[in-house]
Design a protein. Structure first.
Length: 654
């Protein structure tokens, strides 16, 4: 069982690396595996300790005393996953009480099974290292709790921040940030990482729901992204979110903010394991122990050393360490600089948002109707898990989509600037759901008249009907970039409604989805057979929907097929009435969808944005942070230059 605990630690290291940036079809399975490994690792170590305490395991010559401290080491968890979710950080006190109980158990076991052999003395340094590892985990959990993070914003160098300041003033001097990197290596490739880290520090209050002031210089410079391309802007916010992930779910910030203490603890743990390994190999009389026990002991020692060495290497190669790399003066520093330079391509690749989820509602209706198994499972699958995860696809977030979103956000920023950055004007911009994109086309009645969630259903259904209608009639513009963007955003927003509803304003997503699934059945051909091709079923379905206006008008308020069909008919007729081409129609639809996305991004709580980082992160979170850079959030206000020199520094350390 002790070896099982070690194996779970190795799996936990792998899981921590895997979940950080994994997005794709297998995301639900990855999430489940990480969750099971995370819970099992603690559970197994606790079970083994309790088993030893009850005396069910009887080992001769004190090996039980030597093995027990390794369980405390395992309960300390690896460097790359201390918390599974944000709630774990808030429960740090419960973990602390658990540590007190587990350490007490280990001490009792040590006293109960002590012997006259040298194992008692060899176990002491491992025991001390195990307590340090466990304590480090509790420290990391406490540091990432909301209360502690908020407290850290109001103190600097031991000096309390004035209580009369109700809002945090941050980023008041660019020199205060640049000074923190003085004396560090001037590697041009690190500039983006250092800007990302500075931005992460500046925007930290956002994720705590705190309003704060930003200096006029930073506000006008959009916190480093004013002169950046869309690609670099997305890389910047992606790197910022990487730092946030480390802060909330790993031990990395502890090693960064307390380098001397962290290095001392690392040295203590490493030397404890190495010295015990040497002592066990040189001093112990192995003839009195079975070969299995000897092998287990060596595995525990080598496993502890390997995990510690791996943790140190990963920290040395992390972006936290890279941005602090010194000016190379000796051979070791020069070698490290070369390693940093060689890793930059890999680091930059990890910055980017790579994929976005897609859920095509009509495609699911067709699949469910053709596949009797899917229809049967839906009867017992009350949570629609098969629909949400089994019929969700993923596609790359390409450069065109990034550019389109970035340009749209910059247009919003320009509109706000022209109106003098007024609070009312900002709120009006953020509350737009796309109706302003349709005013000029006399179609404002198509947006804003429904609940936001219902509006997404309606517009998704309309977009799909228009697309398939254009496709079936070979209309130009269907395969253009505007159409591709509109379809991508439509499917992504539908995915958020079904799979990530907490990121959107409250609505009846499950009720609407179930209602429309039932009503969609009426539009499938009665003579449909399992041998009928999917494309043929889809064509007959969309034709039936578009040709039954009278029937649809009698549906209830939660029915979106009616609204979607009406929207689709209006969108197609506007081409004829206003003599526009289909490419313009798709441009208009894509603008409506990006407006809906920005509305969702600005109305999602930052807590929920942070929570989704454990699932690889969402495009919506990247968009929300880009909006913050551009000043498109009510939490940030533009500050005037400070009156006193003391106010030039950040209220908390970098």
């Amino acid at each position: 069982m002790v070896i099982v605990s070690l194996i779970l630690q190795l799996l936990l290291v792998i899981s921590g690396n895997l979940r950080r940036g994994y997005v794709g079809k297998k995301l639900p399975y990855v999430a489940i595996i990480v969750w099971l490994v995370y819970l099992s690792a603690d559970w197994m170590a606790t079970i083994v300790l309790s088993t030893l305490l009850m005396g069910d395991v009887k080992l001769k010559h004190g090996l039980i005393v030597f093995w027990t401290p390794f369980l405390l080491w395992h309960l300390g968890s690896p460097h790359n996953i201390t918390a599974y979710s944000l709630e774990d950080n808030e429960l740090w006190l419960r973990h602390f009480l658990g540590m007190v109980f587990q350490v007490s158990e280990a001490v009792y076991i040590y006293i109960r099974f002590r012997s006259d052999t040298d194992l008692n003395f060899m176990a002491a340094p491992i025991f001390l290292a195990g307590v340090c590892k466990y304590g480090e985990r509790i420290w990391a959990l406490r540091s990432a709790s909301d209360k502690q993070l908020i407290n850290s914003l109001y103190s600097s160098k031991g000096k309390a921040w004035p209580q009369e300041n109700k809002n945090i003033r941050i980023g008041l001097s660019e020199s205060a940030i640049n000074d923190s990197f003085k004396g560090k290596g001037n590697v041009s490739e690190l500039n983006l990482l250092r800007q990302a880290y500075s931005s992460f520090v500046i925007f930290k209050p956002l994720f705590l729901g705190l309003p704060f002031g930003l200096s006029a210089k930073f506000y006008d410079d959009m916190v480093y992204i004013k002169s950046k391309s869309a690609e670099d802007a997305f890389k910047l916010v992606g790197s910022e979110l990487g730092y946030l992930y480390d802060l909330l779910f790993t031990k990395m910030p502890l090693h960064h903010h307390q380098p001397k203490l962290s290095l001392s603890l690392r040295a203590l743990c490493f030397l404890s394991a190495v010295s015990s390994l040497i002592a066990f190999s040189a001093i112990m009389d192995k003839s009195v122990h079975s070969k299995v026990d000897i092998v287990i002991t060596y595995l525990l020692l080598l496993g502890a050393i390997s995990l510690d060495v791996y943790s140190f290497i990963m920290h040395a190669l992390s972006t936290w360490a890279m941005i602090r790399s010194p000016i190379p003066k000796n051979m070791v520093q020069k070698m490290y600089s070369k390693v940093v330079a060689s890793r930059m391509n890999l680091v930059e690749a990890k910055m980017e948002i790579k994929s976005m989820a897609q859920h095509d509602l009509i495609n699911y209706f067709v699949e469910a109707k053709r596949n009797k198994f899917t229809e049967a499972v839906r009867i017992i699958d009350t949570g629609n898990l098969l629909q949400k995860y089994g019929h969700t696809n993923w596609k790359p977030v390409d450069c065109e989509l990034k550019q389109f979103i970035y340009d749209h956000l910059k247009e919003k920023r320009q509109t706000l600037a022209e109106k003098g950055f007024g609070q009312e004007d900002l709120e009006k911009l953020l509350n737009s759901k796309g109706e302003n994109m349709l005013d000029e086309h006399v179609m404002e009645d198509l947006v804003g008249t429904t609940d936001f969630i219902q509006g997404i259903f309606c517009w998704h259904f309309a977009t799909k009907l228009v697309y398939y209608n254009d496709l079936d009639n070979f209309r130009t513009g269907t395969l253009g970039s505007s159409c591709e963007i509109a379809m991508s955003l439509s499917d992504y927003m539908m995915y958020l409604v079904l799979v990530r509803p907490l990121m959107l304003p409250k609505g009846f997503s499950e009720v609407i989805n179930n209602e429309n699934y039932c009503r969609a059945k009426f539009f499938f051909p009665e003579d449909m057979t399992k041998n009928m091709r999917k494309i043929e079923v889809r064509k007959r379905f969309t034709s039936a929907v578009l040709g039954h206006q009278n029937f649809l008008s009698e549906s209830n308020s939660l029915e979106v097929i009616n609204g979607g069909c009406r929207f689709a008919e209006k969108l197609q007729s506007v081409i004829t009435e206003l003599r526009r081409d289909h490419e313009e129609k798709w441009k208009m639809i894509s603008k409506v969808w990006v407006e809906m996305m920005t509305y969702a991004a600005s109305h999602c709580s930052w807590k929920e944005h942070a929570q989704q980082l454990r699932h690889g992160g969402e495009l919506l979170t990247h968009v929300a942070l880009l909006m913050a850079h551009l000043g498109l959030t009510t939490q940030i206000r533009r500050e005037k230059p400070p009156d006193h020199e003391d106010e030039l520094n950040l209220p908390f350390p970098l």
